[in-house]
Design a protein around this ligand. Sequence first.
Ligand code: GLU
Length: 542
Amino acid sequence: MDRKDLANLIFPNAKDYTYYEEKYAKRNLTENAIVTRFAPSPTGFVHIGGIYQSLIAKVMAKNGGVFFVRIEDTDQKREVEGGIKQILDALKDFDLCPDEYIDENDVDHGNYGPYKQSLRKDIYQSYAKKLLEEGNAYPCFCSAEDLDKIRENQEKAKERTGYYGKWTKCRNMPIDMAIEKIKNGDPYIVRFKSPGNPDKKIKHKDVIKGSVEFPENDQDIVIIKSDGLPTYHFAHLVDDHLMGTNMVIRADEWLASVPLHLQLFYVAGFKAPKYAHIAPMMKLDGEGKRKLSKRKDPESAVSYYKEEGIPKESVLEYLMNIANSNFEIWRKQNPDKKMEEFDFDIKKMSVSGALFDMVKMLDVSKNVISKFSAEEVYNETYNWAKEYDKELLEMLENKEYSLKVLGIERGNAKPRKDIAKWSDVKHIISYMYDDKFDKNGEFEYQKITDKDEIDKIVKLYFEKYYDESDDKETWFNKMKDLSESLGYAREVKEYKANPEGFKGHVGDVSTVIRVKITGRCNTPDLYEILKILGKERILKRI
Ligand code: GLU
């Protein structure tokens, strides 16, 4: 009996691996094209980090490469119904559609599928069989108790834990004995036979982390579990080999597995991909920083952005800010360019983890939305309101009017920047709707707070100066005339030069009108507001 017999006994039906080598031909790509992937588990929660990773993957693959999605569902306990759809929908929502993927009906889109690990069992077994035949894998019959015992002994002896070297009970089991046990029905799993020597070092040049050095791997890790499915490590070897991945972009929690992964590729005789390990997004917490957490931070869920109405453009723009800190400067210099035109450099990504800051994201979002047309703001807000805010939806029913309101100070050189998310819009525009405007409200006036003075200004303005048909310049001149007639400076400059000589200046006076009409001291352009409201409604308000 030899290794071949053992391999045949364990995987009697597995095809020779060369079948798959031929079936999945090498990709025909230009020299520097990057093939990369996003490999999530369908756990029912899509983390914003997945969008971050996919954005980077997509950008890296843009010059003739491939960005594919592979569903990693070998841990079937963690799987959630509808998990795949959730992932694909999230990617679609953020314009990060993969070139190749499997859909929720298990239909593959692409030539390197199945893009779902649970459908690849036969493939893994063929490659496990290859390793068995070559003497690079073996069946292990250790029970959970055996493994506990080994760990106890290792702890007692103050040695590293794990299944390696002299601790491996089954590694050197005679083939005949293994065959007999299997025939006997003894339960087993398949382990990799590591050739590593931990006294030796391996050097790895990570695309993001740079040069790192590790001791060689010597752990005989499990490659095929008792349910016949592979472990992450083995699936990574088989899948990324067959799917032609040449750059693995993944979370840096996997960095420590690089010695094992390189060894697996080496032993199997396949070319290893490059690795780019992304540091997690961090969040300030008190004095320190911590990972953005699924449990503590609502903004870690992709669904949060949809619910809040933060547009995808803003999220992507902010994620690019985090990915390459020079993006911000580029954006300032190129306010009108598309994000895709930015020359992203994966090597410039943070090694230790960039800060994820919602305040900053909303700031970026204000800038992004300021470039939207009124029509775009209207449509996006309307769609958001349909799902999340019936009251806002009603306000938006009159499209023509809403477009006017949303169009104030938009489409010009210095557009308004007050909207960060669609859920802000209701509050921001509410005073433009009479049933939302509380004319008896306790408004906060600014400099001029004396009630009689306020009444005097308002009365005089609307009796003597206000004319609905004035153009902007005339309107402003009249505001100055009004100010002057009441003892306020026509110009701020004038007032500053001689503060004793005036009660205040034109800005103070117009603020009174602004607050009276809108209830707010900060609004976009008052002239446009008055124009849109029109005389009749204004007079009702005063
Ligand atoms: N399924 C693994 C994870 O979600 C994928 C890691 C990888 O990209 O290789 O962590």
